[in-house]
Each structure stands twice: as structure tokens, then as C-alpha cells.
Design a binder for this molecule. Structure first.
Ligand SMILES: Nc1ncnc2c1ncn2[C@@H]1O[C@H](COP(=O)(O)OP(=O)(O)OP(=O)(O)O)[C@@H](O)[C@H]1O
Ligand SMILES: [Mg+2]
Length: 371
């Protein structure tokens, strides 16, 4: 096992004549501790795969340094970096049995036969593949094939695992169970892992730490709940959490009765418990973010009035697609067991807002967190 450190790495692809060069990864620095499970998460094209491929040595690094287990590996051949990568499109050898697929890399490395058998059988047991060792890939389900691909990486006993969306070929149910298996596996093996996904829920559930990327840069890194509770900017706030955070444009008014957020289209949201530091940002444009989970239906007319356009029952909760009088869209997620009858589509309703689900940002898609 090993610590992996990325020191200001960048990568520019030549691109086409029309597009010009593409800066895929921009001066990215990140330290992954020995045994840690770090998830790189971000939208398509933000540079996740490129970052991983640079660590694996499949892509050269334009500038910066990659250190694995104390050794700078910029010029070390992928084969000699002692890391194992699992891709979304893992190709198993179709003519080989599960056993041979798993043993292949070790055989290439001239590991003694007894040692190969020991590792393959041990790994097959961990992954629940011990009864399938003599089957060929076409005789396996998608989830079993995925586990063979994992097994191939595990038998190598690498210093680190690199995973690039390894679950995206699985159906939703299998994805959730394989995700849990992966987590259990990591708790057992404690191998340093860098895991890439565009799925924020997968990132939240798997990572000791998540690294949110956009435009080739790190937007925020930290334990999942810390990032969820204190998003560093509006991009992170919009990307982490489902349904996505609602955003309002407006400004704060510092009135004798307390702070009030006045949304541009006319909604006023009193903020009795707002931190005093917010005062300094009154009377200038700022964005207010409210998580859908921050809304509750009220019986009184004291809350924020919204028109409910669509009601989506989800079992234990309801998603209400609402709009303000001024036409701003808002999603509220309320518990289905709410004692108040949920409004019908087209009705208007009043909502209270939980201040712990409110966030404030500078204007702009990447506006920094305020207070
Ligand atoms: N071989 C290449 N040549 C030119 N541009 C590339 C190449 N590979 C990737 N890019 C560009 O680099 C940027 C980062 O791509 P990358 O594959 O790292 O994104 P990603 O975060 O893995 O996205 P996804 O979630 O879609 O897999 C994108 O703008 C992409 O179009
Ligand atoms: Mg990718």
C-alpha cells in the first residue's frame, strides 16, 4: 500500500484544428493517504479520467509531479507503477475461464504457480466467485463479470487501486449492492483507492473523502457530509445533493426586525437565525441556496407562498415542483407522512424553511460561499 500525491499536475490534449488545445486537467494538487478511499466526482468532461490515466501512466503529464509510495513516477512505465486500474469497459478474455482471467497478469509477471493459485482462490472467496472459477465470461451475469474484473485487480496486490466508473454498466439494483461490496472490500483490504464517478450519490456513499471537480480543477475536497453541509461554492452546492439545491437571486435587507432575503421576483424570506457575519453582505446581489429538504409545509399563511405545479410521490417522501409568483422554480422534498395533507397540483401552499438547509453565495455559477 502507498500514499499517492499529485503535485500541480496538468494535461493539455492537442485537440482538433477547430477546437484548439484542450486543457483537461489544470494544475491539480491532491494527497491521498495510505489506505484512504478518495472519490473524484464531477460532470462529464471535467478531467476525472484524464487524472486517473496520468496516475496510471497511460497519459503523460504536461507539468507537475506524481509520487506513489515516496517515488516520483512521472517517467516510470505503467507496468512498473504497481497499481491496478479497473475501467468501466473492463474487457475479460472471453476464451479464458474466470480462474485464468484472474491469474493472467500474475502469470505474465512470472509469479510462481502455487502463489497464483493461493491469491486467485483467496480473492475468489472474498468476491463470492469461488463456485464460478471454471466458467467462461459469457456464462456469467453482468455483476459477476464485474466482480471478475475487480478480482483481476485484487490478485495483483497493488499499491493502489484506480477505478474509473466501474459500476456504470450495471443496472441500478446491482450497482447499489456492488457499491456496498466495494466498500466492504476496501474496509478489509485497506488498499489506497482513487475512484472516479460522475454520480454524486455513489461518491457520497463510497468515499472517505470526495474531491469535486469542474473544468479540470478541484472545486472542493473533504469528507462527504462536510462537503454537503458546507459547499465551498455554488457549483459544489448544485452538484452534491439530490434533488439539486434551489437557487434564488436577490439580496439581503438588514432591517430593524432582522435580516430578510428579498428574492428578485418578490419573495421575502426572513432569516431570524442568520449568522451575524451575513450582515456585511447586505444590500448587494447574492445568491441564496435552499436544499429541497429544507422546506416543510405549514398550515398557516405565515410561510413562503408557492404554487405547486407537479407532485411526485417517492414512497416515503414527495417531491413538489413549485414556482414563486415571479416564476422562479423551486423543488421541495417533504416527508410523505407529513401530518398536513399534501397540496394537489396547481394548488398554492405555504412553506417554512429550515435555516440549516440555507446557503449563501456570491453571484455567478462558481460564486464562493458567503459566511
Ligand atoms: N484523447 C483526447 N483528445 C482530446 N481531448 C480529450 C481526449 N481525452 C479527453 N479529452 C478532453 O479532455 C477533457 C477531460 O476529459 P476526461 O475524459 O478526463 O473527462 P471525464 O471527467 O472523465 O468525463 P466523463 O465523466 O464523461 O468520463 C474533456 O473536455 C475531453 O473532451
Ligand atoms: Mg471519464
Amino acid at each position: 500500500m502507498a500514499e499517492v500525491t499529485l503535485k500541480g499536475i496538468s494535461k493539455t490534449y492537442p485537440g482538433t484544428r477547430a477546437s484548439g488545445p484542450v486543457l483537461a486537467v489544470d494544475n491539480l494538487s491532491l494527497s491521498i493517504a495510505d489506505g484512504e478511499f478518495v472519490v473524484l466526482v464531477g460532470p462529464s468532461g471535467c478531467g476525472k479520467t484524464t487524472t486517473l490515466r496520468m496516475v496510471a501512466g497511460l497519459e503523460d503529464v504536461a507539468s507537475g509531479e506524481i509520487v506513489i509510495g515516496g517515488r516520483t513516477v512521472n517517467n516510470v512505465h505503467p507496468r512498473d507503477r504497481d497499481i491496478a486500474m479497473v475501467f468501466q469497459n473492463y474487457a475479460l478474455y472471453p476464451h479464458m475461464t474466470v480462474r485464468k482471467n484472474m491469474a493472467f497478469a500474475l502469470k505474465m509477471r512470472k509469479v510462481p504457480k502455487a502463489e497464483i493459485d493461493r491469491r486467485v482462490e483467496h480473492t475468489a472467496r472474498i468476491l463470492g466467485l469461488d463456485n464460478l472459477l471454471d466458467r467462461k465470461p459469457r456464462e456469467l451475469s453482468g455483476g459477476q463479470r464485474q466482480r471478475v474484473a475487480l478480482g483481476r485487480a485484487i490478485v495483483r496486490e497493488p499499491k493502489a487501486f484506480l477505478f474509473d466508473e466501474p459500476l456504470s454498466n450495471l443496472d441500478a439494483k446491482l450497482r447499489v449492492s456492488t457499491r456496498a461490496e466495494l466498500k466492504a472490500l476496501h474496509q478489509r483490504l485497506k488498499t489506497t483507492t482513487i475512484y472516479v464517478t460522475h454520480d454524486q450519490e455513489e461518491a457520497m456513499t463510497l468515499g472517505d473523502r470526495i474531491v469535486v471537480m469542474a473544468g479540470g480543477r478541484i472545486q472542493q475536497e473533504g469528507p462527504p457530509l462536510e462537503v454537503y453541509r458546507r459547499p465551498a461554492n455554488r457549483f459544489v452546492a448544485s452538484f452534491i445533493g439530490t434533488p439539486p439545491m434551489n437557487f434564488l437571486s436577490g439580496q439581503l435587507a438588514d432591517l430593524p426586525s432582522g435580516l430578510i432575503y428579498k428574492e428578485a421576483s418578490g419573495v421575502s424570506i426572513p432569516l431570524p437565525d442568520a449568522p451575524a457575519a451575513l450582515r456585511a453582505s447586505a444590500n448587494r446581489p447574492m445568491v441564496m441556496g435552499i436544499r429541497p429538504q429544507g422546506f416543510t409545509l405549514t398550515n398557516s399563511s405565515s410561510g413562503i407562498p408557492l404554487t405547486v405545479n407537479i407532485v411526485e410521490p417517492l414512497g416515503d417522501s414527495l417531491d413538489l415542483s413549485c414556482s414563486t409568483d415571479g416564476g422562479t422554480s423551486i423543488i421541495a422534498r417533504i416527508p410523505a407522512r407529513s401530518t398536513i395533507t399534501p397540496p394537489a397540483s396547481g394548488a398554492s401552499a405555504h412553506f417554512a424553511i429550515d435555516p440549516s438547509h440555507c446557503h449563501f453565495f456570491e453571484p455567478g455559477d462558481f460564486g464562493a460561499r458567503i459566511a
